[in-house]
Design a protein around this ligand. Structure first.
Ligand code: FES
Ligand code: FES
Length: 159
């Protein structure tokens, strides 16, 4: 079937089988390698993307279901030369080791941006509980999420 996916602000016309998953199409057909595939059944969060600004697991969606929505992958947030504040925060607080889970965490934290400062540490942990990391022990990820609030507040336009 012919569909058009809007990914990171660009329209991508595609011819896909109706059974194809959004995660596979993003990664294998469109080359967004920041979409990582871990469990492929909705548990690990590695495949997280933003769909109209809300985090979603791309391994639980058909590509065709994303038509008409704005999809954002980690590549749409920042570049190595100009990283998004959430990406900078993860670097500064050492919130990653192997990096496999990192795109999912970065996108989830960027969704929370603006509201996470109102969350207690326990509530923030709960918000991030849908993303699994096998390396860091989570302490630095939590710090990175807090650091991200800080950097985003600094960069927000002041009136
Ligand atoms: S690969 Fe999608 S949740 Fe694990
Ligand atoms: S940094 Fe390795 S899985 Fe999270």
């Amino acid at each position: 079937m012919k569909i058009t996916l809007s990914v990171n602000g660009e329209e991508h016309p595609l011819d896909v089988e109706p059974r194809r998953l959004l995660s596979d199409v993003l990664r294998h057909d469109l080359g967004f390698y920041g979409v990582h595939l871990g469990c492929e059944h909705g548990v690990c969060g590695a495949c997280t993307v933003l769909l109209d600004g809300r985090s979603a697991r791309s391994c639980l969606m058909l590509a065709a279901m994303a038509q008409g929505h704005r999809v954002t992958t980690v590549e749409g947030l920042g570049t190595p030369a100009n990283p998004h504040p959430v990406q900078r925060a993860f670097g500064e607080e050492h919130g990653l080791q192997c990096g496999f889970c990192t795109p999912g965490f970065v996108l989830t934290v960027s969704e929370l941006a603006g509201s996470s400062s109102e969350l207690t540490d326990d509530e923030l942990r709960e918000e991030l509980a849908g993303n699994v990391c096998r390396c860091t022990g989570y302490v630095n990820i939590l710090r990175a999420a807090r650091r991200a609030e800080h950097l985003l507040a600094e960069e927000a336009p002041h009136e």
